[in-house]
Write a protein that binds this ligand. Structure first.
Ligand code: ADP
Length: 398
């Protein structure tokens, strides 16, 4: 059986894709369709013949998918449908319905659509991507891989909010977490790196990208995670606030007359590092600090303080921590953040070696000193590979 999987991550105005060979881990092609539904769309396809870019209107996901097929046809590698094991789809919200990957049929697609109220920005876009891809590849199995699934092992103590039980039940209010595919991949890689089975190790994963989350993984299972009902809770992010007293919302509604949509926009798109420092990208925040910007300095302090608090909390929940792993855009590239977030935790056996930590890290690497009680690692995440792997496993098991 071929082990080629086309992985699709479909957003409201974009389709990201990767053709992967699960056996060799090789990405045979990658691409991106952007600005779907806008006057000019943008397409970028990288395959064996190099990179091709196009600008043309892409009215909807169906049209985008048809253009992707054409790009494969013209610039390679040729997508012979019989040689594709599966199309793997990243789906953001699986609610309490999906604890693992699922082969997509009409009923599954309907269930994903029904979960849209919990992820109004994401699930409808994911559904549009699935529909378009099913039309493009009608005889290939399609598999949904959920961002929430890895956190389905959370106990009620970790996932319940202390609010009226009946209200919570009626509106499906609980913590679902996110970034699960990355946390799963990275925690398994960490166990393999340590020469152990995932069931033998306790790991804290810090996924620090534009979105950021922390997860406590005990013996291969997620037991705590920082994102909640939505990806707004938890760590400070590029534009999202992370944790805050919910009373801030009533207060702003009362004193500033802000509407629900304005509050949503404030916390999801105008807060976090952007709100505190005026910069979303961590590189710009560091540059501002260098230039003596006090707000940027404080923003970084808030960022580190929040991560440190989660590490301490997860240490308490896990009891024993074998490894702390940094991953994603900031976790992999930013040595200042890695050092700053874990500074002062020596009493917990957590230390970062300045030389090992220096610079961008593009391969799995230990950054703690020899003999440290907790191994601090950098492990580049690869959500696409994990989605492809799960798609192949799901098809083989079926
Ligand atoms: P997402 O997938 O959540 O969009 P990524 O994991 O790709 O995000 O991370 C993107 C972020 O990584 C950027 O916003 C930036 O803050 C950070 N980043 C990327 N490269 C570097 C770097 N060299 N140094 C510091 N931060 C970086």
């Amino acid at each position: 059986m071929s082990t080629r999987v086309l992985v699709i991550n479909s957003g409201s105005s974009s389709i990201k894709y990767q053709l992967l060979d699960v056996e060799t881990h090789e990405a045979l092609a990658t691409g991106l369709v952007e600005r779907i539904g806008q006057p000019t769309g943008k397409l970028k396809h990288t395959g064996p013949a190099g990179t091709t870019t196009l600008e043309q209107p892409v009215p909807d996901h169906e049209a985008g998918m048809a253009m992707v097929l054409q790009l494969f046809e013209e610039h390679g590698p040729r997508l012979v449908e019989s040689e594709l094991t599966a199309v793997g789809h990243r789906i953001v919200q699986g609610g309490s319905v999906f604890a693992g990957p699922a082969v997509i049929d009409d009923a599954v697609l309907q269930q994903i659509d029904d979960l849209s109220s919990l992820a109004p920005l994401h699930n409808p876009a994911n559904v549009a991507g699935v529909r378009a891809a099913r039309h493009a590849f009608p005889s290939t199995p399609h598999v949904a891989v959920f961002d929430t699934a890895f956190h389905s092992t959370l106990e009620p103590a970790a996932y319940e909010y202390a609010i009226d039980r009946e209200v919570a039940r009626r509106y499906a209010i609980r913590r679902y977490g996110a970034h699960g595919t990355s946390h799963l991949y990275v925690s398994r890689q960490a166990a393999a790196f340590l020469g152990k089975d995932p069931s033998e190790v306790n790991v804290i994963v810090l996924h620090l990208g534009n979105g950021a989350s922390a997860t406590a993984v005990r013996g291969g299972r997620s037991v705590e995670t920082s994102m909640g009902l939505t990806p707004l809770e938890g760590l400070v992010m590029g534009t999202r606030s992370g944790d805050l007293d919910p009373a801030v919302l009533f207060h702003l509604a009362r004193v500033a007359g802000m509407s629900i949509d304005e509050l949503d926009d404030l916390l999801n798109r105008r807060s976090g590092m952007l709100g505190l420092s005026g910069h979303t990208d961590m590189r710009d925040v560091h540059a501002a600090v260098e230039a003596g910007d006090e707000n940027a300095r404080t923003a970084l302090d808030v960022y580190y303080h929040r991560i440190k608090g989660y590490v301490g909390s997860y240490y308490a929940h896990l009891g024993r921590v074998d490894a702390i792993v940094f991953t994603a855009g900031i976790g992999e590239n930013d040595d200042l953040v890695r050092a700053g977030a874990l500074a002062g935790l020596e009493r917990l056996g957590i230390e970062v070696d300045p030389e090992r930590n220096a610079g961008r890290i593009t391969e799995e690497k230990v950054i703690s000193p020899d003999g440290a009680e907790v191994t601090v690692l950098v492990i580049p995440t690869n959500e696409e590979l994990e989605i492809a792997r799960q798609a192949v496993e799901t098809i083989s098991a079926g």
